[in-house]
Design a protein around this ligand. Structure first.
Ligand code: TYM
Length: 337
């Protein structure tokens, strides 16, 4: 086990609510892996959050395990990082309740994800509104300093900061106030079929929308071939919304290859046509995902080992979060006999 005493603590998670895609990989997982050597890491599969939309119970169980296997296949090392399932550590739900009791309703009603999602459903569940309080609980019970996420989660991490600060003001210094960590590239991968909306698990079943991490090479090639572009026939980065499709393809290439913008544009300098751009981006993605898919298959072949990792991770997470929970309960006036 690495010595984590002087390291910053990191907490992040992914919902097992659908197939993981390239946005989850470059917006979250890849960054987690790159930082894991010099951080004290907690990476959670947030299955309680997934319940805020209707799930098929058997599928949710399967996807929870698959998501954990993908964490490891992408390079999360269970020796260096605590990997666990949110519902295995009941402290998360308990702290969520305690934080509910200091969180103004107006803060939750302002969340843009809540507003978007509630517009698309006839019956708004209380869990959907409360979602960011559970997320705040996830983060602050570990005293996490950093929360590496994609752009879409920034507002939720800011709410976690507000909740931590409010608790500290009312009950005295208790929680570390966490910082969102959002990478400059890859923080918002857009849909290949529509570059005006972010790539999401929710739409990942729509043909050509997402590249799923477990798609086979032929499927990945097909998705990129169908990707929307424009009529400018010019391969360079641009803020122009009409060129969002090409910009998205270049952004994906940039984050996967680790090159700078000018290096990327140089790579495509003499290329004619968007067809070749799509082929080249598809190739780098296929090569990036190949070892991940191979490792994933090996992990799923030995589910005993994966279960052991998750049980150990859950134990460690429970130990750390339970001591924080006792402090919080005491400060809030709950009797401990
Ligand atoms: P989730 O499951 O929607 O997404 C997981 C991570 O992937 C990032 N992401 C993207 N990044 C770039 N481009 C995209 N198109 C894209 N789509 C998703 C997300 O920003 C996220 O980092 N509420 C969280 C899960 C959560 C959590 C937490 C995260 C629960 N508790 C505590 C951090 C800390 C969510 O729904 O992520």
């Amino acid at each position: 086990m690495p010595d984590t005493i002087n390291m910053k603590r990191v907490f992040s998670g992914i919902q097992p609510s659908g197939d993981l895609h390239l946005g989850n990989y470059v917006g979250a997982l890849k960054g987690w892996v790159n930082q894991q050597n010099n951080r004290d890491n907690f990476f959670c599969i947030v299955d309680l959050h997934a319940l805020t939309v209707k799930q098929n119970p058997d599928e949710l169980r399967d996807r929870t395990l698959q998501t954990a296997a993908l964490y490891i296949a992408c390079g999360i090392d269970p020796i260096k990082s605590c990997v666990f399932i949110q519902s295995h550590v009941s402290v998360h739900a308990e702290v969520c309740w305690l934080l509910n009791c200091i969180t103004p309703l107006g803060w939750l009603e302002r969340m843009t994800q809540y507003k978007d999602k509630s517009l698309r459903t006839d019956s708004i569940l209380a869990g959907l509104l409360d979602y960011p309080v559970l997320m705040a609980a996830d983060i602050i019970i570990y005293d996490a300093h950093e929360v590496p996420v994609g752009e879409d989660q920034k507002q939720h991490v800011e709410l976690a900061r507000d909740i931590a600060q409010r608790f500290n003001r009312i009950y005295g210094e208790t929680f570390v106030v966490p910082e969102p960590v959002i990478s400059k590239t890859g923080a918002r991968v857009m849909g290949l079929n529509d570059a005006t909306i972010k790539m999401s698990k929710e739409h990942s079943k729509i043909r050509g929308h997402a590249v799923r991490l477990l798609d086979d090479p032929k499927e990945i090639e097909r998705s990129f071939k169908r990707a929307v572009t424009d009529s400018y026939n010019e391969i360079r980065f641009s803020d122009d919304t009409e060129r969002a499709g090409v910009n998205n393809l270049l952004g994906i290439y940039k984050v996967i290859t680790g090159k700078t913008e000018s290096q990327v544009e140089k790579d495509f300098e003499n290329l004619k046509g968007y067809g070749s751009l799509k082929t080249i981006v598809a190739e780098v993605v296929i090569e990036e995902l190949r070892p991940i898919q191979e490792k994933y298959a090996r992990i799923m072949n030995d589910s005993g080992e994966l279960h052991r990792i998750l049980l150990d991770g859950g134990e460690k997470a429970a130990e750390i979060s339970e001591s924080k929970l006792s402090e919080v309960k005491y400060k809030m006036g709950l009797l401990n006999l």
